[in-house]
Design a protein around this ligand. Sequence first.
Ligand code: NAG
Ligand code: NAG
Ligand code: NAG
Length: 279
Amino acid sequence: MLQFSCFCFLVIFFVHTVHADDDKFLTEPPDYITECQIADKNFINCSTQSIQQLFDKLNDGIPGLNSIKSFDPFYLNRIRITQGNSNAINLKVELGNVKINGFGHTNVLESIVYPKDFSWKTTFMLPEMKLQGDYSLFGRILLIPLNGHGQVFLDAENMTVIMHSKTRLYEKGGFTFYNVTDCQVDFKIDGLKSYFSNLFNGNKQLEDSTNKFFNDNWRMLAEALYTVITQTIEDILLDVLKKIFHYIPANFFIGDIPTSKQLYGGGSKGAASEAKRPK
Ligand SMILES: *[C@@H]1O[C@H](CO)[C@@H](O)[C@H](O)[C@H]1NC(C)=O
Ligand SMILES: *[C@@H]1O[C@H](CO)[C@@H](O)[C@H](O)[C@H]1NC(C)=O
Ligand SMILES: *[C@@H]1O[C@H](CO)[C@@H](O)[C@H](O)[C@H]1NC(C)=O
């Protein structure tokens, strides 16, 4: 009986693997990526241009990579954030059915790759980022006690994002790939328009005056919502970057990237599937 159920489990797992999209990857360099050499003095310029081309391509969809359904607009089911603000009062925010417009117009300002561990520092600018969705929040923003739920609209202007990504190299099919394991962002903006519907359970006058107050004090609002905004962006970017870099070999971005074995040493875990690199 026990053996029988184990067998079933294995069959189901096998079928799932065969159908999974995640296992497909490119074996020929696509024309929308410029290959750079990390040993080259001009690497940062080259890499910046290459990552810009990748972002541009994401807009129409990377051919063969069906797991990223849409980049602009980008849809998030749900995000739940608890943050302590400057007054050490917790703000609990939950967003649902989130739609974000603007990633399609990303300007990549600088793409640095550190040869020591192949982590990245990427700076980019979104001229406009618009978020809309359902919110529920509990806590205080700018000293105003809030406990409501409704619709939220945020419109950030000239959002400059500095992204720090951690990666772990691994080998697949004779290529070296990035496993993007972490993504942390900082941002600054030139403006933030916001609107929260139903902030006070139908008290329209209080809702209007609070929304006006938030818009008049958008810098303070941006600061109060800092964690909410960074975590939303981090969730999106980590998801998208993981999918892209499990699909496109790192060799197509950096011609002289070491293998995981060369970088971490022969005894490291994950070197088991080391395959011979094609000429
Ligand atoms: C990189 O590009 C910038 C402008 O795009 C240029 O000013 C700079 O000289 C370039 N750096 C190198 C090393 O080519
Ligand atoms: C990527 O890293 C995660 C841990 O962050 C790990 O669970 C996963 O197995 C790794 N994937 C590959 C292909 O190495
Ligand atoms: C956003 O950046 C553009 C181009 O640099 C500039 O013209 C515009 O004034 C900026 N917007 C704000 C609100 O500062």
